[in-house]
Design a protein around this ligand. Structure first.
Ligand code: SF4
Length: 78
């Protein structure tokens, strides 16, 4: 999936849904950390990266969302 090189995203974790499996951090350890049993994505913007999408899509709880940093729209990963 081609994306604009300068596209930036914000990542959100639903801590009510996250079960702390660590899968996201395993797929993209430079982006996700698991702290106290919950995934902690970066607080700020991150560059668009297929690795981030792989991590988001790997979450068994569908606890992660990616928003376009400019429009605020949630990316449809279905
Ligand atoms: S993969 Fe999903 S459930 Fe597992 S730590 Fe990451 S956000 Fe939480």
């Amino acid at each position: 999936m081609a994306r604009e090189q300068n596209t930036r995203w914000r990542i959100e974790a639903d801590h009510g849904a996250c079960m702390g499996t660590g899968i996201c951090a395993g797929v993209a350890p430079d982006v996700f950390q698991v702290v106290d049993g919950r995934s902690v994505p970066p607080a700020g913007e991150v560059p668009a990266d297929e690795n981030v999408l792989d991590a988001v899509e790997s979450c068994p709880m569908e606890a992660l969302r990616v928003r376009d940093a400019v429009s605020g729209e949630v990316l449809d990963l279905s």
